[in-house]
Design a protein. Structure first.
Length: 220
């Protein structure tokens, strides 16, 4: 009789952690304007869209190190928050997000944002698009002490929903998200990014974390 090696059962997903920008909302156009206005305000040249796209999502500390080394992270975050007010209308919500978040809650799966955007601004953006009440928690880089690709904000998000990292899944759309997931460590699903576990639409997430997804997927 051949005895097959035991294969461990996968750990069930008890919580889903989301990057905000590029996953729950689409804010790249707004951030491009805000970033260049901040550079100009501090006496630096604006960058091209291609140059911006290469660094988008890496956090204020990295922005400071690469472009505004004479400024503090607090000064840069303050400028971002002030200037962002003029560009809120440029942010588009992911149309699938409300239904996906509501369905995860129905299934008893906890949810949190893990974002490099500062806490006050992140909560303002999420509230503006009706997403904040659908989340169990939020975690931001300024609260965690470091932004992605550092894993601190991902770990904080898991802590705030009271779920061990090995029972979480992190959804992101950039190499910074993927690197943070590896360092955390936490299972990573890329939205339009990566190759190991990847989805093209947010609604496809429901096929990964549970059953009975057809009605939701047909709408998103």
């Amino acid at each position: 009789m051949i005895r097959r090696p035991e294969v461990p059962l996968p750990v069930p997903v008890r919580a889903v952690l989301f990057d905000m920008d590029g996953v729950l909302v689409f804010s790249e156009d707004a951030w491009f304007s805000v970033f260049n206005e901040t550079l100009t305000c501090f006496g630096h040249r604006p960058v091209s869209r291609a140059e911006f796209d290469a660094i988008y999502g890496n956090g204020a500390a990295a922005d400071r190190d690469a472009y505004m080394p004479e400024r503090s992270v607090a000064e840069i975050d303050s400028a971002y928050a002030r200037l962002f007010e003029e560009h809120l209308a440029e942010i588009r919500p992911n149309a699938a997000a409300p239904a996906v978040l509501a369905e995860l809650r129905r299934r008893g799966i906890r949810t949190s944002v893990a974002t490099n955007t500062t806490a006050p601004l992140a909560r303002r953006v999420l509230a503006l698009h009706g997403l904040l009440p659908l989340l169990d928690a939020t975690a931001s880089a300024d609260e965690a002490g470091a932004g992605k690709p550092d894993p601190a904000v991902v770990r904080l998000a898991a802590e705030r929903v009271g779920t061990p990292l090995d029972e979480c899944l992190f959804v992101g759309d950039s190499r910074f998200d993927a690197a943070a997931a590896i360092a955390a460590p936490v299972r990573f699903v890329g939205l339009g990014h990566g190759g190991a576990e990847r989805i093209e639409r947010l609604g496809e997430l429901l096929d990964i974390v549970g059953i009975d997804t057809a009605p939701i997927n047909s709408r998103v």
